[in-house]
Design a protein around this ligand. Structure first.
Ligand SMILES: N[C@H](CCC[C@H](N)C(=O)O)C(=O)O
Length: 330
């Protein structure tokens, strides 16, 4: 079959977007095969996930997101901005409602985060600190800045459902090796995290910004994780490092986003995640589902200006701040 795809990214977290708005193209098993094959970075494409844009009876459109290991996620913050932009442009709207596995999110075009880098804002509002909702099997209703000895002898964690599962640790310095070790261990402990978990290290920077690095369930270390940066911003407010209702610059290996956590009612939260939704290329993929190992693709359009403008944003980030979270001389 020949399949049109759009490669896109949110803060360096990259996705293959497949438009099924007019009609569904794949069975459930085929979606798993596609995500494992097309996301494989040893193949001709490679990505942190596949986003299926579908029709919805409850909203303007629906997002289904699959990780490279074939698992489906309840939320994908960076992907939500990309699908939100695709929906706005396809439906000629400035804002849309996007149905996800466990809720509906508002996505709207937002003020640029940097010249010529259009930004979109996604509202993550299906959030819970209840351990049963995450789920994490511990003997308490919530886990707020507590040790998890099964993972680490010195770090403390806060568990939050976005509604995909996250744990966040506020750390002094970010070690990729330590994060990867804890991330792998956490996703092997099914008696603690029955549905796996995304693990986030969050560094509070001296100018009020934060730096977040994430080991993603079903992926591993990624340039950034939208729901992880949102979870980390919420936890930074819960632990008194930041104020609810104020925008936080969130730096990451893929660039930067802005998050604003709000307490809507007691113990009910929303996080507004603003950042780029960059289109990279359109391509037609030719393959046979029966023998999907043989895939060819012909690139129809490369979004050169968008790629260059986002690259300048990264340079700016590097000039004013090492994206690994430390200041460098300007
Ligand atoms: N790996 C995540 C899904 C993608 C989340 C991330 N890419 C984001 O932007 O939120 C999970 O299994 O929950």
């Amino acid at each position: 079959m020949n399949l049109q795809i759009l490669k896109c990214h949110g803060s360096g977290n990259d996705f293959i977007l497949i438009n099924e708005y007019e009609n569904l193209l794949f069975s459930e098993d085929e979606r798993i095969i596609l995500s494992k094959t097309f996301c494989d970075r040893k193949g001709i494409l490679g990505a942190d996930g596949i986003l299926f844009f579908q029709n919805s009876e409850a909203a303007d459109g629906k997002m289904r997101m699959f990780n490279p290991d074939g698992s489906e996620a309840e939320m994908c913050g960076n992907g939500l901005r990309c699908i939100g932009r695709f929906a706005c442009e396809s439906l000629d709207k400035e804002s849309v409602l996007i149905e996800t596995l466990k809720g509906v999110s508002h996505v709207s075009k937002h003020k640029n985060i940097h010249q010529s880098v259009p930004a979109y804002q996604a509202e993550l509002s299906t959030i819970s600190l209840n351990t049963k909702k995450i789920p994490i099997f511990v003997n308490s209703d919530s886990l707020i800045n507590e040790p998890l000895p099964a993972l680490s002898t010195d770090l403390k964690f806060t568990a939050v459902s976005m509604p995909n599962p996250h744990i966040v640790s506020i750390v002094q310095t970010i070690s990729d090796n330590q994060l990867e070790e804890i991330g792998e261990k956490a996703n092997q402990l099914s008696d603690l995290f029955p549905e796996g978990v995304n693990v986030n290290f969050c560094q509070i920077l001296d100018d009020g910004a934060i730096f977040v690095r994430t080991y993603e369930r079903g992926v591993g270390l990624t340039n950034s994780c939208g729901s992880g940066m949102s979870a980390s911003s919420l936890v930074a407010c819960l632990l008194g490092h930041h104020q609810f209702g104020k925008s936080i610059d969130v730096y990451n290996r893929g660039g930067l986003v802005r998050c604003e956590a709000r307490e809507i009612h007691q113990n009910q939260y929303s996080v507004f995640l603003s950042g780029n939704a960059t289109f990279v290329f359109n391509s037609t993929i030719a393959f046979e589902l029966e023998n999907i190992s043989h895939v060819t693709h012909s690139c129809e359009k490369i979004f050169v200006d968008e790629i260059q403008n986002y690259g300048r944003l990264i340079e700016y980030g590097l000039l004013t701040r090492d994206l690994r979270g430390n200041y460098v001389i300007q």
